[in-house]
Design a protein around this ligand. Structure first.
Ligand code: ZN
Length: 82
């Protein structure tokens, strides 16, 4: 899991990731907010067009979860704050 402190940093990190074959991942579907190890986490699914591989990329977003931001729609999930 990656630690994210800002949604833009999260996006930048995702853009740096590569498949084992050296190609870039193509994200599929919307991000999903999940609880992983008790932390609010953004989970992305991606495929590799070159080799057909698939991956899940997850970010610990607890550092900024609940702030007014792109995640505002998820702000009513108070269970994340413990
Ligand atoms: Zn690949």
């Amino acid at each position: 899991m990656f630690s994210a402190y800002h949604v833009e940093q999260e996006r930048w990190t995702r853009q740096q990731l590569q498949c084992d074959c050296g190609s870039r991942w193509t994200e599929i579907g919307p991000q999903q907010l999940m609880q992983l190890d008790g932390k609010p986490s953004d989970v992305y699914r991606a495929t590799c067009d070159a080799c057909g591989g698939e991956t899940m990329v997850d970010f610990d977003v607890s550092s900024f979860f609940g702030r007014p931001s792109d995640l505002q729609a998820l702000d009513d999930q108070d269970t994340a704050r413990g």
